[in-house]
Design a binder for this molecule. Sequence first.
Ligand SMILES: Nc1nc2c(ncn2[C@@H]2O[C@H](COP(=O)(O)OP(=O)(O)OP(=O)(O)O)[C@@H](O)[C@H]2O)c(=O)[nH]1
Ligand SMILES: [Mg+2]
Length: 702
Amino acid sequence: MLHLELLEEIPWPRHETSRQVNRTSSKMCGIESRIHEANGCSEYCKRRFDRLFASCVTSSFCTPPHMTAANKSVIVGTAGHIDHGKSTLVEALTGTHPDRLEEEKRRGITIDLGFAFLEEGGVRFGFVDVPGHERFVKNMLAGTSGIDLVLLVIAADEAIKPQTREHFDICRLLGVKRGVIALTKTDLVDADTAELVRFEIEDFVKGSFLEGAPILPVSARTGAGLPELKQALEGIARELEDKQSGRYFRLPIDRSFAVKGFGTVVTGTLISGHMGVGDEVELLPERKLLRVRGVQTGGKGVERAEAGQRTAVNLAGIEHAGVRRGMVLAAPGRFRTTRRIDARLELLQSAAPVKQRTKVHFHAGTDETLAEILLHERSELQPGESALVQLRLLREQVAVRGDRFIVRKFSPVITIGGGVVLDPLARRPSRKDSERVKFLEILERGTAEEVLRALVERSSLGLGMEEITSRMGWKEEDARGTAEKLAKSGALRAVHADPLLLITEALFQEVLKKLLARVEAFHKQNPLLPGIAKEELRSAVGRRVRTETFQAALDELLRQHKLLAEGELVKKAGTEITLTAEEAQAKQQIEQAFAKSGLAVPSVKEVLAQLAIESRRAEKILQILLREKRLVRVSPELIFHSDALGRLGPLLLGYKKAKGERIGVPAFKELTGITRKYAIPLLEYLDRQRLTRRMGDERVIL
Ligand SMILES: Nc1nc2c(ncn2[C@@H]2O[C@H](COP(=O)(O)OP(=O)(O)OP(=O)(O)O)[C@@H](O)[C@H]2O)c(=O)[nH]1
Ligand SMILES: [Mg+2]
């Protein structure tokens, strides 16, 4: 196995920043990496590489190595207006300047996302530094979607500016729950001004998730306030809930590049589950299966990355140009892509009213696409209001219930709202669908049991496990547990165990009733037939009932002994064929006709024609005799009585004793006293019964 040290922020031997990199350490790391690869990586290699890694710390492009074991990973996203000092503050906190691009250095502004790491008091912080420029909010959105807490940066000399508001709104709409406010550049203002800005900020965040959050005066230039800021970040980080490690692995990609000697590397924030070296992962929406060759979190090679960590993944099986920001790495087969999402959309106070079919830019995870808003049960959404909507997406997205998204006006491009995904595999809106709003309200507020029940009730054909997990983002075992509880309470029925298929108990009862009624009707219409063929019964419940449901219902009726199965036939328990006196007489007549003729049997037609009952009934009585094995069909035209056939065995044995084991057709005719018309089909029948074996023109008696 290849041990790859994917140094996300330190000397990457990568194309785009090769000039920025400390050459010596980069070269050494590159060489070491190749040794790892060539040797299939020994522990020795790994240790040497770690030592080299440690020697890189003096480089201005290196993050300190993380030699102590951090027990919590937290992603901090910066937010704030352009030039308010976000990147400078990240550098002051971590030692890494997050701006990577040549253009960023030249223009002195952040254009794309930057990353840095800090380990403080057992917490491993991953910083995502975002651009403040209004033209790059799109990039900011890709970085902010996976953060745990926001570091809202407001310069003391400028106070609250447009992108302070926009970034703050975005964080709120994305459901960021915690944060710290850094009042930067305090070295440029006097104490009174700083105090005034603090009041302004307190007012600004009132009633939001940042109300009561620490507002800390800092200066990246003098270093004032930095220890307090680190302490505040650490304090909040400790209070944060752990991320969704109990869900399936999902990593929205924010960067993809090639590393010489390793190939494609992608990075992103691991938003749920975990993933490790050697795993198979699925690239969505491409649906490509790829293998993980190496993983790095927080600037260090690891065997496994967990939810909540900045992660770099070295992928086998794809060119880096084949991966773009917005794609998702996911646990294979656990997520689906969609172009219709039902959601709760909140419109910002500052936005204009939204009408039916308003076009917007839709941002979720690290991806964006155009979307059309379809309002459910209303024609307009007013500023500051929220509503249930459908988002019709231009390009396929990966989404599960609970994912957050942002919408921005089509033109000019400004943030107008955001919300939460309720049903990622939504149906096309229809006036007939009167239950949709009720259903979405359950998805919005319901417990797992209420949600699963509502989902099953809305799936007339039944709901499969794959659909439950990909739609809700639940793990299979959790879905199974919830389903079991609902089955016990009598709300749902599992008609198939693996893969699980659920239907409502009401539908199951309906199918049971239909099956019973169909079997009863069959007996009524066909008193002389023993039962209905399973296939015929299957078609009686219609195509809107899945085969699994039909089978489970049939099994249930058999288990309850309401129905009985004999081979491919199903009959109602307790029903026997009862013949009328006329039919019983006909049965006797048929049997006798064949019995008395020995082996020179009459044709079926002749026998039936002599009966007093009509031919259809007579035919059924003949079938009964065949089923009872009193008569045997030897060829399509010829039927014999079983007693006559039974006498053939001893007759042949006598012949064998007297004349030897071989017998020809003429000898057989003579032995049985029948013509060729009967002899040939009978000999073929005896071959099938293994009483004789054909050898040329003769038979060997066995
Ligand atoms: N005096 C002083 N200047 C600062 C301080 N922090 C940042 N600056 C300066 O402010 C300018 C902008 O800082 P950046 O860190 O690039 O600002 P930013 O918020 O990252 O800007 P964008 O990423 O483009 O939105 C730079 O020239 C910094 O040197 C500070 O605390 N005091
Ligand atoms: Mg910056």
